[in-house]
Write a protein that binds this ligand. Sequence first.
Ligand code: DGL
Length: 260
Amino acid sequence: MQNPIGIFDSGVGGTSIWKELHALMPNESTIYLADSKNAPYGEKSEEEILQLSIKNTELLLEKECKLIIVACNTATTNAINYLRANYKVPFIGIEPAIKPAALQTKTKKVGVLATKGTLSSDLFYNTSKLYASGIEVYEQEGSGLVELIESGLHNSKEIKHLLHKFLNPMLNKGIDCLVLGCTHYPYLIPALNEVLPNHIKIIDSGLAVAQQTKAVLEKSKLLNLDLNLHPNHTFYSNTNPEVLRQFISLDSATIYYLDF
Ligand code: DGL
């Protein structure tokens, strides 16, 4: 099926997922919504996050998307159950990768950096309970990080200052794995490599989301099988599209302002 895959996030963060998806399935068309006007979602109430997720979903469905990736941990943990129950297309979500971290840690201590909205959600609580028994999980809200990344300051002094402040306490506790529980945070990896000791493993779920999307498309017989068709990649931002452009390294992508 040639219809596009729809992706949304509170801003530019979900482009970290889009990159994995495009690398794995270059033949698929995509439509990306960066709801930067409403970032950060992580500081909003569950009801507000749900309403924003519904708004984004309905716009992607108007544009005839065959599957929707909720490329935002905050929206997934607060809204994906509702979306799956109320719309017919398949939804793929992203949650902090507690399970892989629990399997890889040797010190039995892992850190999770995520938004307030993710860490306070029932879904996150249940996932941690299910997969992290016998493991100490140190949770830290990344307040302020998304705003700096949205401003293109992902390798700035301010970011490194915040990362030291947020991560030192869990490093002192002896974590050996750090879960990036927000799709904006892979853009912090260069700064994290400066701030973290070498033995700390950074765990993020971007590739797993792309692989899961492929598996669901295959199973639902929704893959684009017409290899002669050139895929289109359209990105919409409801703030400044030039900021979004800095996060997408694909010349053929079209990037527009849209008031949504
Ligand atoms: N990229 C987001 C996430 O994965 C949302 C960050 C925010 O808007 O607070 O949680």
